[in-house]
Design a protein around this ligand. Structure first.
Ligand SMILES: Cc1ncc(C[n+]2csc(CCOP(=O)(O)OP(=O)(O)O)c2C)c(N)n1
Ligand SMILES: [Mg+2]
Length: 381
């Protein structure tokens, strides 16, 4: 299937089982009161995350492709090398977690493994990834950036600006549109007039492909093609994942606005069960092997969750560590006069020349028409 060996097919199945199992366990932890804030499920979307990430060059030494996840790309995070125990620690805000308990869901990065954590304002990650992939291209690095984003995110200005910049700069960027038909309680038909996100490709002059997001191998093949094209210099690629958000936005949302009939339709197209049935029907795995994968995964997840639960929350003092201190927040355009190869150098407050404020409207200075050329004194940028 899809030219993949049996071992790879089983690894893909395991990756979906792992994503679903981790989220189910998190749901229990949520109901037990261990998790504060939102808990998001990717139920029904696991094949989209797993199939897409599997198409990337995944490395642990910081030289591979980069993937920017969303709250519903759990399976992709694990495939890139993110560990379930860290996922639990993060949601449980443990001091041992990637953000040391400063944040309580998926906002964490691991650049060695090519994981770029989200920033919350929807659409902004397209801008961030446009910048990252532009850097890849300018530095001649043979790397691709894959950015996930929901159908709702596509209605933001950031999404459009980022996409246009990346398109016109022919960045090696793959945009995964998680078309799960909802953004909170707003259906996609109220986000956009188009029926498919592919219709937007023409407006940016990019290539796109639409795929059944519940079909793991179809997602893998579509993503693989997109990643390969982006790597070969064909510019931005879009992959539309067509599926359904089978749970509410987060745990607090009972999705009362959803038609139960529609929900049943998508429940019958479960990506995990679909792939499992195919593995069995086409003789790639035996029932016992499938069961063994489920059990091993469950055990590993149980151990990881128990470990995270037992670990401490951060001390208050921790909040002051690992942040800039003893420095005033620098004005963003300030640089040393010599310029520093590789980026701006921030000066300590005492070393900086006084800043001239062009909007300092004191008395006659302004009225006499002091021009704004003082800006030139701030540096080159
Ligand atoms: C600019 C912006 N507006 C609103 C929000 C609040 N918000 C967070 S998630 C979300 C819905 C996102 O929908 P979608 O992009 O379709 O992703 P999904 O939840 O369906 O995976 C909203 C409105 C936000 N984070 N950023
Ligand atoms: Mg959505």
């Amino acid at each position: 299937m899809a030219g993949l060996s049996r071992d790879r097919l089983l690894a893909l199945f395991r990756a979906m089982v792992l994503a679903r199992g981790a989220e189910e366990r998190l749901e229990h932890l949520f109901h037990q009161g261990h998790i504060t804030g939102g808990l998001y499920r990717s139920l029904g979307q696991e094949a989209g995350a797993v199939g897409a990430a599997y198409a990337l060059r995944r490395r642990s030494d910081g030289t591979g492709d980069i993937l920017a996840q969303t709250i519903r790309a759990t399976g992709a995070v694990f495939l890139m090398g993110g560990r379930p125990v860290d996922y639990f620690r993060q949601y449980l805000a443990r001091a041992t977690g990637p953000t040391k308990g400063r944040e309580a869901n998926v906002h964490w990065s691991d650049f060695q493994r090519g994981l770029l954590g989200p920033v919350s304002p929807l659409g902004s990650m397209v801008e961030v990834m446009a910048g990252i992939t532009l850097a890849f291209r300018l530095k001649g690095e043979d790397r691709v950036g894959m950015v996930f984003g929901g159908d709702g995110a596509s209605s933001t200005g950031a999404w459009h600006e980022g996409l246009n910049l990346a398109a016109v700069q022919r960045c090696p960027m793959v945009l995964m549109v998680e078309a799960n038909q909802w953004a909170f309680a707003t259906p996609t038909s109220r986000q956009t007039r188009v029926v498919s996100f592919l219709e937007k490709c023409e407006g940016y002059g990019i290539t796109g492909v639409s795929v059944d997001g519940t079909d793991l191998l179809a997602v893998y093949e579509a993503s693989r093609g997109a990643v390969d094209r982006a790597r070969a210099g064909a510019g931005v690629q879009m992959v539309e994942l067509r599926y359904y958000r089978r749970r509410g936005h987060a745990q607090h949302d009972a999705q009362e606005y959803v038609d139960p009939e529609e929900l049943r339709h998508w429940e019958a197209r479960d990506p995990l069960e679909g792939f499992r049935n195919r593995l069995l029907a086409e003789g790639w795995a035996l029932e016992e092997e499938i069961e063994a994968i489920r059990q091993e995964t469950e055990q590993a997840l149980a151990a990881a969750a128990a470990r995270a639960v037992d670990e401490p929350r951060p001390d208050g003092e921790e909040a002051r560590k690992g942040i800039w201190s003893g420095l005033e927040v620098p004005v963003p355009w300030y640089r040393t006069r010599e310029g520093t190869p590789g980026g701006p150098t921030l000066l300590r407050v005492e070393d900086r020349p006084p800043v001239v404020d062009p909007f300092h409207m004191e008395g006659d200075d302004w009225m006499e028409g002091e021009d704004l050329d003082h800006q030139g004194e701030r540096g080159e940028a």
